[in-house]
Design a protein around this ligand. Structure first.
Ligand code: HSE
Length: 379
């Protein structure tokens, strides 16, 4: 197998190192704008050198972001090359086009590394959905925010300090606001939900809230409540065929599975009507764990896994976040104007309220209090 590797950043360099140890998969070309000592003979800044090289059968796309990743992916698939990618932003916005094109061309588009890092989560979702009706997904899918929330609560360290550590460790996105504003988790939930329910879920339909505004004062409240804050992405297939989907900070009990997920780890649960609940846990971000997932995808292709493993969803899900109701912790200096009991320091615990209503209310209140923070309270 001959690879054209797009990008030699954190994950790309990990993939290059992993593949250097194999003799059945070799990197023939690397698309990079800057030159790396010792790799100049492989490096090019012209994607056409990869596209037009008939010996390169598989493109590994690790440049991330929307463009030129999208254009290069489409061109590679149209040229009959397999593509293996960790690009959740691009895939979540172009999933129908990419999966359909790969199917038409009879090539692989493997995106295992885009959700859950090293965890064989998407791969198993693809296998499960043929044997059971999948009805729920819930969990921690962003390593950067989990590190921040975990270390803030256990060590009392400041938000910015832990975020800088996540950047140093290679966990955070190039623009870390994608992590702390919940966008990365939203894209991952969109992809996983499409695989699970066989209907595309548009990222922009997912009610999404990040952890940007959490403070040490909020964490004091959580400790008194016997709770830990985690950024939870969840979706469900409702009885009427609609899908509910949201990403939001969530206060989980101290003794829960999610509370035990430490540092950059992820934990994602899938619910099937027959098998019940399976939880996948492991490192969700970072150079080696993500490179491992890319290598698994490549190995599957090499060993002859069918491209048809990859399901093609039918149509788009109707999103309904009105029915799902929960209590929320809200800290704001703006008048809350909904039924809630007051804690100290401008914090409240609301009566149960719809997810969509809470996200809309927060947007409105932020016009007067931009620092508002809210978190769902799990059952
Ligand atoms: N920034 C992402 C995270 C990388 O922290 O989870 C892995 O997708």
């Amino acid at each position: 197998m001959k690879i054209g590797l797009l990008g030699l950043g954190t994950i790309g360099s990990g993939v290059y190192e992993h593949l250097s140890r194999r003799d059945d998969i070799s990197v023939k070309r690397i698309l990079e704008l800057v030159r790396h000592p010792g790799l100049e003979h492989l490096e090019t800044s012209d994607f056409n050198e990869i596209l037009n090289d008939a010996e390169i059968d598989t493109v590994v796309e690790l440049i991330g972001g929307m463009e030129p990743a999208h254009t290069f992916t489409v061109q590679a698939l149209k040229a009959g090359k397999n593509v293996v990618s960790a690009n959740k932003l691009m895939l979540s916005h172009h999933m129908e086009q990419i999966l359909t094109l790969a199917r038409e061309m009879g090539v692989h588009y493997r995106y295992d590394a885009s959700v859950g890092g090293s965890i064989p989560f998407l791969y198993n979702l693809m296998r499960y959905r043929g044997a059971d009706r999948l009805v729920g997904l819930s969990g921690i899918v962003n390593g950067t925010t989990n590190l921040i929330l975990d270390v803030m609560q256990t060590d009392g360290r400041a938000f910015d300090d832990v975020l800088a550590e996540a950047q140093r460790m290679g966990y955070a996105e190039a623009n870390p606001s994608a992590d702390i504003d919940g966008i990365d988790a939203m894209c991952k939930l969109s992809i996983a939900s499409a695989v699970a329910y066989q209907k595309y879920v548009r990222p922009e339909d997912i009610d999404t809230e990040g952890i940007r505004h959490i403070t040490a004062g909020d964490i004091i409240h959580f400790k008194k409540m016997g709770r830990v804050c985690r950024l939870i992405a969840s979706s469900a297939l409702n009885a009427d065929g609609s899908v509910s989907a949201c990403v939001e900070p969530t206060l989980v009990p101290d003794a829960s599975t999610e509370a035990a997920v430490r540092l950059n780890n992820n934990a994602i649960s899938v619910t099937g009507e027959y098998f019940g609940v399976h939880t996948f846990m492991g490192q969700g971000a970072g150079k080696d764990p993500t490179a491992f997932a890319v290598e698994l995808g490549l190995r599957d292709i090499l060993e002859g896994v069918s491209p048809r493993l990859n399901p093609i969803p039918e149509g788009y899900a109707r999103i309904d976040n009105a029915a799902a109701k929960r209590r929320y912790y809200v800290r704001t200096s703006a008048p809350l104007e909904i039924a809630a009991s007051a804690l100290s320091g401008g914090a409240y615990v609301t009566e149960p309220i719809g997810v969509r209503d809470m996200h809309r209310l927060a947007k409105k209140l932020r016009e007067t209090d931009p620092g508002l923070f809210f978190a769902g309270i799990s059952e």
